[in-house]
Write a protein of this length. Sequence first.
Length: 330
Amino acid sequence: MVTATQQKVPTGASLSSLVNGLILTKRTECQSPRTAEYYEGILTKFLWFVEQNQLPQDARLLNEWHIRQFLTYVSSETNRWGMSGNGSESCQHKASYTTLHHYYRALKTFFTWCVNEQFLKENPMARIRFASPKLKAIQPYTPKEIKQMLAVCEYDLRHNAQFLASRNKAIILVLLDSGLRIGELAGMTLDDVDRDRGRIRVLGKGAKERVVRIGATAQKALWKYMVYRPEVRYPNVWLNEELRPLTRAGVQTAVERIKKRAGIQGKGSCHRFRHTFAINFLRIDRNAFNLQYLLGHSDLRMVRHYVSALGMEDALKAHENASPADQMGV
């Protein structure tokens, strides 16, 4: 007779069933929908790899070397997941270390959950270690670049594109003045905005709620957009051309188009506004804890990176007036 103590690991727990279990857990832990989507996206690819390579479908039979085989595939394969056509562009080149680290962390979370829920006795990732990726150098937008993008919006406003032009201008100024993540901006609803005080209620990572503020310039731009925004049944602040809620991808596309029309070179679009906000905020208010709250960071690691970037920016600016060679006139 098998006792309850002896039968701690269910005999029929398939890998796909456990993946579904983790995703359901994330959806019921009051975390943001993006969190569940994040794990679902990565773990679905893991299931694809397991099937393609005829690895064990029973999670108890997966070992460290199966996991390493998968991570090696992610880091080295240039045509991943058997994808082709639209949507496969990001899979046509080798993954960055940051991307690889995302897969590592998602798998680590999954197998740790399996152990904690007593579906597995041992974690096959116990001996796999990945260092956190190094933070990249921060490249904020310059004041000139911001003005160039706003000039594009003003041109459209004068040429009978009031709805989209006012929307795009408001998006740029709200991103610049609040430091919101693109998903936080896209998720804004009419009830989240206190237009009298310029405050916005934000649902950030991990379903953490905070309140941010925008100044008079961004408030005016948002007010003007709301004047041109048609009355529709959707509660979302931002609408697309079809008067449906503007998605994260839609926000990204809109900003990238403006950036291209403004003749601005360099990588990054929406997230660079977050960097720009952080650097300029620190120039006025050196309180890192204030910035941490406004950005919605759980710790000071990224804020310290902004502090370091500010020091670099200010030092390079100071060099323009203190270049030894220029001073000597050689």
